[in-house]
Structures are given as C-alpha cells and as structure tokens.
Design a protein around this ligand. Structure first.
Ligand SMILES: NC(=O)c1ccc[n+]([C@@H]2O[C@H](COP(=O)([O-])OP(=O)(O)OC[C@H]3O[C@@H](n4cnc5c(N)ncnc54)[C@H](O)[C@@H]3O)[C@@H](O)[C@H]2O)c1
Ligand SMILES: O=C(O)CC[C@@H](O)C(=O)O
Length: 390
C-alpha cells in the first residue's frame, strides 16, 4: 500500500484514480511515498525520506525545490497543458476588461440602488454611458511572451478576435512550434515585442533568468498606453517598475492574477486572486494527470511529464522490476548489470535514459532478487536510489 500525502485541495476526480487497493490518501502523514499538491510552497525539509515522487496538479513547479528533489533522486511531475484552456479563457476576459469600461460601468450601475423608477434610471444610464466607452480588440496588437501550452492557445483565440499577434519565446519546443498558428509573427527579442504591442500577456515559467524580466528598462520601451497582463507568476514582473510605468502613463493598465498590497486600490490595476486555473475542468484535468503519473511511477516505475527526470515507459515483463536512479556518469549501467549477472539473474527487458545529471533505468528480471543484492547495487558509487517493484 502506497501512502499519498495531499497538500491543497486536489479534485476528487483525480484522487479517485488512486485505487484503494494500492493507495492510501492522507492530508497528514510523516512517511508518505508520494506528495500530490497544487500551489503549496514545499521546502526541502518538508520532503520526508520516504518520498519517492512529487506530483504537481498544475503547470508551474516553482513552489517545489526541484533541484533538491533531483539530488535525492525524486522525480517531480507536473500536468502540462491541463489547465491551459482555463487560463486562456480568463486572459480573454482580462483583455475585455482592459479594453472596455466593464468594471467601472458595473460599479456605477450598482451605485444607483437608491433609484426606484426604471424609466428615470434608463435615461440616466443613456446619458452617463459615454464615461464607460472603450476600444475594440480587433485590429490591436497582442504580444504573447511564452508560446507554450497557454501562450499558443491565447495567440489562436486573439487571432480569432481579429487581433494581430506577435510572440516571443527563445526556447520554443518543436511540439509548441507545430501548435502555433503561422499568422503569429515571431519577434527576435522581448524588447521589440514590448515596443510594438498594445496588449502584452506573459505565459512563461519563473526561472532564474525570468525573475524580474519585466523591469524598468523593458517598460520604458513599451508602446505608450499599453496594457500588461500577468497570469504567469508574480516574480516575473518588477512591481516597482510597473508602478513607475503606470505613474508615468507609459502603461495604461496592469491586470494580474498575482496581487501584492502596493497594487491594491489603484484605478489602473485589476487584481485577481490567482484564479487562472480555477475551473472545475482544469482542476479535474490537472488532478487526473498528476494522479495517473504518480500511480504509474509508484506501481511500474514509468515516468511521464517529469520536469527533472527523463521520460521513460516500459511495458511490464518478467517477475519483478528494478528502478534505479543514478548519477549520469560512465560505467554505471555496466556495474549494475554485472551485479545481476554475477547472481545469475536473467534480464527480460530493460530501458535506460538520462537527463542532465540524472540517469534512470528500468530492468525487468526473470526472478525475484534478494535484499543483499539490492544493497550491493545501492552501495555502488553514483547510485542514488533503487526500488524493487513486484
Ligand atoms: N495563473 C494561473 O493560475 C496559472 C495557470 C497555469 C500556468 N501558470 C503559469 O504560466 C506558465 C506557463 O504555463 P504553460 O502551461 O503555458 O507552460 P509551457 O511550459 O507550456 O510554456 C511555457 C513557455 O515559456 C517559454 N519560455 C521559457 N523562457 C522564456 C523566456 N525567457 N521568454 C519567453 N518565453 C519563455 C518556454 O519555452 C515555453 O514555450 C507556468 O509556468 C505557470 O507559472 C499560471
Ligand atoms: O493550482 C492552481 O490553482 C494554480 C495552478 C497554476 O498556477 C499553475 O501553475 O498551473
């Protein structure tokens, strides 16, 4: 029985994938085999020595100490694309809020609760509505920074709204490039995107190189009257730089899913409480994907959608399976295989892959192995951990 520690509210549909025959769910346990979480900020010390895998029901993994997990041989999984549609729809909503007097108009109507005569109210609204006039999105230029799962969906939707779309992504994957409509004009650098766009939307991960990426220099260079949307992560945008650009009138509006106190109460800012992925559908999609990946890893050693381990899937064969994590250095596989050969154990099937400093092998054996043999493999210099999966 594997113990799964759930942090945050994980959709039931996902948790139901973890059959009670094999898994026990707990919101509090000191010896979990895996952790399932959403935005909970996990510290290295929170990860018990028993933890074999971490599943993020969502896209961003900046709340998980991924490099510590890698050193400890723990794969971290996320759910790429599973909440992209939810974010896309909210960003389209954000574009509408940023182009029309929707929020002010609604507040104004709500302020008229003292009125009792519908005819009088209609007359007043017709007179006042000019205060809430906006501009159409069609014909304006949207700059999309980060053209992955979310960015490419937004680019598509914006084209359908009649917008011109320009994009910047220095690390676009081949799959993402295939998904991207050819009408999206690729920019050489982020500066030229900022200089040309009427609306800019951010959809990149927070990494060392993207922390504070949107700074004074970039905002000084943006098209006057531009509207910036941040549904990616707080850390990507310098709030001081945004406040300065708003005060100077360089930016017309800032719309973000990551509020901080200094942004509250400004008319040129729209704040949402990190609800980009808060739809039933996205929560279910993410939870199902994360739970399936954790389940397949614990039961079979297979890896899909890990952010720090190689993807590796091998159909089960033989009597038991060894899953070995080791440093990606020469002779490791040979040393493991010679221990098995010396014990006269037949290998039925195997697969070995590496990613950066980590190598991972699945080895299906013709017979069961003793704990002494596992200890021999564990003691090899460079081996990080070994699991026997029956
Ligand atoms: N508001 C929310 O609730 C919410 C929901 C989902 C995701 N997110 C955030 O959005 C981010 C993107 O999500 P996704 O699903 O599209 O991820 P993704 O991995 O599919 O796409 C991210 C893209 O950003 C690109 N990128 C990396 N560095 C860049 C840089 N310096 N400049 C421009 N592009 C760069 C990558 O090459 C990739 O194509 C996540 O990492 C997460 O932080 C927020
Ligand atoms: O779990 C959530 O609600 C937010 C998830 C989102 O920030 C993500 O990175 O996928």
């Amino acid at each position: 029985m594997y113990k799964i520690l759930t942090l945050n509210q994980i959709s039931k549909k996902g948790l139901n994938r973890l059959s009670t025959n094999n898994f026990e769910l707990a919101e509090n346990t000191s010896s979990p085999d895996a952790i399932l979480l959403r935005s909970h900020k996990l510290q290295g010390d929170d990860i018990a020595p028993t933890v074999k895998a971490i599943g993020r029901a969502g896209a961003g993994t900046n709340n998980i100490p991924v490099s510590i997990c890698t050193e400890r041989g723990i794969p971290v999984f996320n759910s790429p694309g599973a909440n992209a549609n939810a974010v896309k729809e909210l960003v389209i909503g954000g574009l509408a809020l940023g182009s029309r007097g929707i929020l002010d108009g609604i507040s104004y109507v709500n302020s008229l609760s003292h009125m009792t005569d519908a005819g009088e109210m209609a007359k007043l609204l017709e007179k006042e509505k000019k205060r809430f006039k906006g501009n159409e999105l069609a014909g304006r230029t949207l700059g999309v920074v980060g053209l992955g799962a979310i960015g490419s969906m937004i680019a598509n939707a914006a084209l359908n709204l009649g917008m011109d779309v320009i994009g910047f992504d220095p690390a676009l994957s081949v799959d993402a490039a295939w998904r991207l409509p050819s009408a999206v004009q690729k920019m050489e650098n982020i500066k030229s995107l900022f200089a040309r766009a009427d609306y800019i939307t951010l959809h990149l991960p927070v990494l060392e190189e993207t922390r504070g990426l949107v700074n004074l220099d970039l905002l000084d260079n943006c098209k006057p009257g531009c509207c910036l949307l941040n549904f990616a992560r707080e850390e990507i945008v310098s709030i001081d730089a945004v406040l300065a650009a708003l005060d100077k009138g360089k930016l017309r509006q800032f719309i973000t899913d990551f509020p901080v106190p200094s942004l509250i109460g400004r008319e040129d800012v729209i704040l949402m409480p990190h609800i980009g992925a808060s739809t039933d559908e996205a929560e279910e999609n993410c939870a199902v994907m994360a739970a399936d990946q954790i389940s397949d890893f614990l039961l079979n050693g297979n890896i899909k959608n890990s952010v720090n381990f190689p993807n590796l899937q091998l159909e089960r064969s033989g009597c038991c399976r060894l899953a070995v994590v080791n440093h990606n250095v020469p002779k490791m596989l040979g040393s493991i295989l010679s221990i098995l050969a010396d014990a006269n154990i037949n290998i039925i099937d195997m697969l070995n892959k590496s990613r950066d400093d980590i190598a991972y092998s699945l080895i299906d054996l013709g017979e069961d192995v003793s704990s002494e043999l596992i200890t021999k493999i564990e003691l090899l210099d460079g081996v990080i951990n070994v699991r026997v999966i029956h």
